[in-house]
Write a protein that binds this ligand. Structure first.
Ligand SMILES: Cc1cc2nc3c(=O)[nH]c(=O)nc-3n(C[C@H](O)[C@H](O)[C@H](O)COP(=O)(O)OP(=O)(O)OC[C@H]3O[C@@H](n4cnc5c(N)ncnc54)[C@H](O)[C@@H]3O)c2cc1C
Length: 271
């Protein structure tokens, strides 16, 4: 079948990969950059504020790791993640740090049989010649379907750090190493506001310095913001058929990495 995917973030690219494995002809449209490009790259069993192991985390980690390896062994770090919770420091041994931009580039390369078109899609009529349509449009998903979703602004600072990190640190906010030694990301996705707030982003440094005091010496190089979209109730992503040949897969919230491959695989089976 001839399948169009709108959106080339974690989810759209994972969908492209799994649909290609089923020998479909895949065309991916993307006209911008979404949350996956500003994601700080934490992949572990208990994302979210409450630190409770998430639904089906073993299968999620397994499926995500499979795609990470396909994208390239240099797209992630498998050193665990240090979690600071109520004054205690604990290692999450399964924790993986994903170098998001490198991972997206590696996954796109692995999907070289697909056609990639840089274009903003405005209506389903533009895709009328395709047999199936998949909308993995992240925060833009509400433009296509009336789904019970809410938006949250996430902030991410690109920083120079004196001591290069080899492991991600997670507390109220988080610090992750990047593929570039001496450059780290400081992020948080807990600002429940509709608009980006640079002042709040800068206050992140004070927040993470509470569990990692050397953060006070970080030099901020850039401030990025992105929107993550989550279900209004619960935290499982939404996979829904809308119309005779169109599917929407969205609502990954802070669980983009743990669920992107698992749900893309489900979608490919459903199609
Ligand atoms: C600051 C920040 C940090 C985060 N950190 C983590 C983390 O550490 N770990 C984790 O698991 N998750 C994290 N997340 C969440 C994660 O980034 C998201 O869950 C994930 O990126 C969602 O992927 P997606 O493919 O659904 O959406 P997106 O990555 O937003 O991709 C959607 C794509 O669709 C394209 N698009 C939309 N509409 C159209 C259209 N009409 N035509 C053409 N193209 C279109 C957009 O340009 C975009 O590229 C973070 C989010 C933010 C904002």
């Amino acid at each position: 079948m001839n399948i169009a995917i709108v959106g080339a973030g974690y989810v759209g690219l994972a969908a492209a990969w799994h649909l290609l494995q089923k020998n479909h002809d895949v065309t991916v449209f993307d006209g911008g950059l979404g949350a996956s490009h500003v994601s700080t790259g934490l992949l572990h069993p208990a994302p979210g504020r409450k630190a409770i192991p998430t639904w089906n985390w073993q299968e999620g980690m397994e499926s995500a790791t499979e795609l990470l390896e396909i994208a390239g062994s240099d797209t992630f770090l498998r050193n665990g993640i240090l979690r600071f919770i109520e004054g205690e420091e604990r290692l999450i041994p399964e924790g993986i740090t994903v170098f998001s931009k490198k991972y997206l580039a590696g996954l796109k390369k692995a999907c070289s049989k697909a056609t990639f078109i840089q274009k903003w899609v405005h209506s389903l009529e533009e895709l009328a010649t395709f047999d199936r349509i998949v909308l993995t449009t992240g925060a833009e998903s509400l433009a296509w379907a009336n789904l019970p979703l809410k938006k949250t602004i996430g902030q991410c600072l690109i920083c120079r750090c004196n001591e290069p990190l080899t492991v991600s640190l997670l507390g109220q906010g988080h610090i992750t190493p990047t593929e570039e030694p001496g450059i780290c990301l400081v992020g948080s996705t807990y600002e429940h506001t509709e608009k980006p707030d640079p002042q709040k982003a800068l206050a992140l440094i004070d927040q993470v310095a509470k569990f990692y005091p050397p953060a006070k010496e970080f030099k901020i190089l850039d401030v990025l913001t992105g929107v993550r979209i989550s279900p209004k109730v619960g935290y499982k992503p939404i996979l829904q058929k809308i119309g005779s040949k169109t599917w929407v897969l969205t609502g990954f919230g802070s669980r983009g990495l743990i669920y992107h491959s698992l749900f893309a695989k489900l979608l490919a089976s459903d199609i």
